[in-house]
Design a protein around this ligand. Structure first.
Ligand SMILES: Nc1nc2c(ncn2[C@@H]2O[C@H](COP(=O)(O)OP(=O)(O)O)[C@@H](O)[C@H]2O)c(=O)[nH]1
Ligand SMILES: [Mg+2]
Length: 464
């Protein structure tokens, strides 16, 4: 087994008796992170040797697991509700979206001949939207404001909504009423931006809540809900971005800065730092793409997700670039960067099509090869893969599959996955359609669901 850990981490591992491996699962809502987390947890807890890591023996000790889960709960990061999620598989359902970000820790021993290791696999389920707040790392309120303005407003920024918001701010007086109006204008902006995938939807708490519970509905419903939702951790600790000119002592909004800074710092400390410090020492980044869903939804959603992925990846860098001598300078240049040592892109839900995993990988590759290429990782530290974390279908030689759909058990021929993303003028939403399928009902709790491709992913993650 390979290892590429920092000396500090090696020491911690040595004293705790565990080799800790950290993974961030990143992807937009519905890309399959929760299902993956549940299935992997189950495969490791109840290894079926012919089907999962067959040249290795995995043993799992429930008593030890209890201790580990108790420890994890103390960290302040939500603990993944494994049992609940796993139980939904048994009932032929998908896990509910009640908790959208959490850490799943699985302790196990893996061995081959005399080579045995106690591994603590820690996987963070991170909704892409939360990454919007990563720009706050190592930035003061003033620096963050200026970053927001440059990225989304001003001459260079790409959000007309943000430019609009900055313009509206000028109309508001410097009193309490003016401040309320400014916060409300920012909420209008958030609602306008809500429909697009954008890192400008920050603080992400407005959309994800504190523990990742997604607010849904259309733009109007979202704006309506925002009436009750503070922009920050509480009504007294709200903050909104202000343009650079507000930081001049003579500016009318200068006196809001003290309060907004306070709200900003509290938000950073409470909501963002626990996640970011968790992410500061990550082995692998797994980026999930729901290729089939993107094909179904058409070019507009594809483009916005692609751009979103590009923005999100800017917050991650390859660990080896972290040169200690250069670090003081890097802090200025890359204030908000998280380091990883391998990046894998995973095209999910391959069981919904028949034997077309390679086509799915091809599409994910076309979409993300440039962003992933920027990491300049060596061979083996980056890959494009596909999986069906829960394989819901049986495949037949004539290219048909049979699976449980919302209309019951159906045998059908799924559409072909194209070799390339279609050109925009020939691709409208709905030109492809793959039915949603459901897990097969199986009440046995000691047998993990069938899967495809998890083996290859986990071998890389564990450096087997
Ligand atoms: N057929 C199939 N559907 C899946 C699979 N993984 C996820 N899905 C579907 O995608 C939905 C969203 O998955 P989830 O893991 O909750 O996505 P998340 O938002 O990224 O955590 C599920 O409710 C399923 O409908 C899979 O392996 N096979
Ligand atoms: Mg989820």
């Amino acid at each position: 087994m390979g290892s590429n850990k920092s000396i500090g981490r090696k020491m911690i591992d040595f004293f705790s008796g565990w080799e800790r491996i950290r993974v961030v699962l990143l992807g937009s809502k519905g890309s399959g992170k929760t299902v993956f987390l549940t299935s992997v947890g189950d495969q490791l807890r109840h290894q079926v040797k012919e089907k999962f890591l067959k040249d290795w023996t995995i043993s799992f000790d429930p008593g030890e697991d209890n201790k580990v889960q108790e420890e994890a709960a103390k960290s302040g990061i939500p603990v993944f509700k494994f049992q609940e999620s796993r139980a939904s598989f048994s009932n032929g359902e998908w896990p509910e979206k009640t908790q959208d970000w959490s850490v799943h820790t699985v302790p196990f021993t893996i061995g081959k001949d005399k080579d045995k290791k106690r591994i603590l696999l820690e996987m963070l389920d991170l909704p892409g939207e939360r990454v919007a707040d990563f720009a706050m790392i190592n930035q003061s309120y003033q620096q963050w404001c200026s970053w927001m303005e440059t990225s989304f407003g001003g001459v260079t920024g790409f959000s007309t909504h943000f430019k609009n918001y900055l313009k509206r701010l000028r109309n508001f007086g410097d009193d309490e009423e003016g401040k309320e109006a400014a916060i409300s204008a920012y909420k209008d902006y958030l609602a306008a931006e809500y429909v697009s995938y954008s890192l400008s939807l920050t603080p992400s708490i407005v959309k994800l809540g504190r523990d990742g519970k997604q607010r849904s509905g259309n733009k109007e419903q979202f704006r309506d809900a925002l009436k009750e939702i503070p922009v920050g951790i509480s009504n007294d600790l709200q903050f909104i971005p202000l343009p650079r000119e507000s930081f001049d002592k003579g500016s009318p909004h200068y006196k809001w800065i003290t309060d907004f800074s306070k709200g900003y710092e509290a938000y950073k400390k409470d909501v963002i730092m626990p996640i970011v410090s968790w992410c500061s020492d990550v082995n692998s980044l797994l980026y999930f793409v729901n290729v089939l869903d993107l094909l179904n939804r058409g070019p507009e959603v594809y483009n916005s997700e692609k751009k979103f992925a590009e923005e999100v990846f800017r917050f991650f860098r390859h660990k080896e670039e972290q040169n200690i001598l250069l670090k003081p300078f890097m802090l200025i240049k890359d204030w908000f960067v998280t380091y990883v040592d391998s990046v894998y892109v995973v095209a999910t839900q391959s069981d919904r099509v028949c034997d077309q995993g390679n086509e799915m990988i091809g599409l994910a590759y076309q979409m993300l090869k440039e962003v992933v290429g920027r990491f300049e990782l060596e061979d083996g530290k980056t890959n494009f893969l596909s999986c069906a974390a829960v394989d819901t279908s049986d495949e037949y030689e004539d290219g048909t599959i049979s699976a449980q759909t919302k209309d019951g058990l159906k045998q059908y021929k799924p559409s072909n996955v194209p070799q390339e993303w279609p050109p925009s003028d020939k691709w409208s939403p709905g030109s492809f359609a793959w039915p949603n399928t459901f897990p097969r009902i199986d009440k046995r709790a000691d047998r993990p669901p069938n899967q495809k491709g998890l083996d290859a992913i986990i071998r890389r993650v564990l450096s087997l």
